[in-house]
Ligand binder design. Sequence first.
Ligand code: NAD
Ligand code: 6OD
Length: 488
Amino acid sequence: MQTTETKSKVKPINCSHYINGKYVPSTNGKTFENVNPATEEVLGTVAEGGKEEVDEAVKAAKKALKGEWANMPVRKRSAILRKIGDLILERQDELAALETLDTGKPLWLSTSVDTDRAAYNFHFFADYMTTVGNESYQQDDIAIHYAVRRPTGVVGLINPWNLPLLLMTWKLAPALAAGNTVVMKPSEVTPMTATILAEICTEAGVPDGVVNMVHGFGETGAAITSHEDVDAVAFTGETITGSAIMKSAAPTLKKLSFELGGKNPNVIFADANLDDTIATTLKSSFINQGEVCLCGSRIYVERSIYDEFLDKFVAKTKELKVGDPFNEDTNVGALVSEEHYNKVLSYLDIAKEEGGTFLTGGKTADNMDKGFYVEPTIITGLGKDSRCVREEIFGPVVTVIPFDTEEEVMEQVNDTHYGLSASVWSSDIKRATRVASQIEAGMVWINTWFLRDLRTPFGGMKHSGIGREGGAHSFDFYSELTNITVKL
Ligand code: NAD
Ligand code: 6OD
């Protein structure tokens, strides 16, 4: 047995709200503790905001919608966004370490994915915003119609804990590019990098009041979503929370963008390149401890290669190292919190009750004394009605199921309330594209997974979301259009 001792040289921070360009505590001084899931040690305190802090933040955001920010030329706003991206890269080591302390994910992942993409989200939208044009139509010799854009207004950005900085910047960059002002609420479980991001925005030249942040739990989020002066809410998180937000936003008729849960299928045909398939399936199953909304947690394999696939997949999975997220050779770190760890473990109990066979894992990692570690787990023998096959576990747990025909597998693939993403593996491109277009999901990858181009529509259908983010899709959400008709 080895005790975890995280080797971060970066000091964790206490997190305050950020309102009108300044860090501020809660008026009543209320805070809660932020815990390192890899060691169970307290990292620091987080201000707990309520209605009062949300009111102050919204007031600042509403005021900042007018004046300097509204009148800033696109070229200057774009330069500010670019500078935010640059400053994220300048502070990348610190931000990556804080992300790892907060989430338990390996440091190499916080560096190569989370913080790198956070900077790119700003660089991408800094460029994109300078190319945005408007529709116009000439109607014979009767009229010219043209649409003009304005910012949606004050936007609430509410985010989960799995990719904290990546997801906050994925919303904040287009919101600012389109001229909005924001009130951000990071997850209560992972508050540190968003706290630094607020300060970075000010340093890059964002005027006071444009970017505000209030920390807290669900009630704090609800104070944002029900606020009459918040014009829109962009939310990423659980489906059930999306539903609660929809209710709370209904009386004030807010514009909503929802990126919600998933239970994504990987469909592997016998003619797939098996080595490529297994290398990528290992990632789509266990990267970030399986805590990526796009992870392929239902794996369907054509029966003629089922045994060979499993032998190789199990062997590779057993090579994965679970351990201290600050160790370079760690593949799988800690789950994000004790609550989430208990949820994932409860699904392992359900799998046992349902008669599943564990080919790997199925338990906590016994090389770690402290922290919330679960071994990468492959389960077979579960039917289509199993809760482990139907419900989002959001941990390092996958089920593998054989199939005989394309028709049969398509029925199982679409037999879910979710519709976020899928991946299809086959060397027959005709079949792969046919299958991809029949899958009821917002994103399907063929012979790859999580390959991103930020111009493409990102999001889910069914219970996995409403709307799309990315390029023009983000811009449309964060803008309102007025069509102007000139009679000739
Ligand atoms: P969650 O829904 O519990 O919390 C997300 C955020 O909402 C947090 O900041 C939380 O404080 C806040 N919140 C909770 N209740 C609220 C309420 N009533 N009103 C307003 N805000 C409220 O989600 P989580 O556990 O933090 O994240 C995991 C979930 O996120 C998974 O379901 C995962 O699939 C999903 N997710 C989806 C995507 C996507 O792009 N589709 C991306 C990442 C994560
Ligand atoms: O890549 C993205 O833009 C994105 N929003 C990824 C989300 C991953 C979910 O966990």
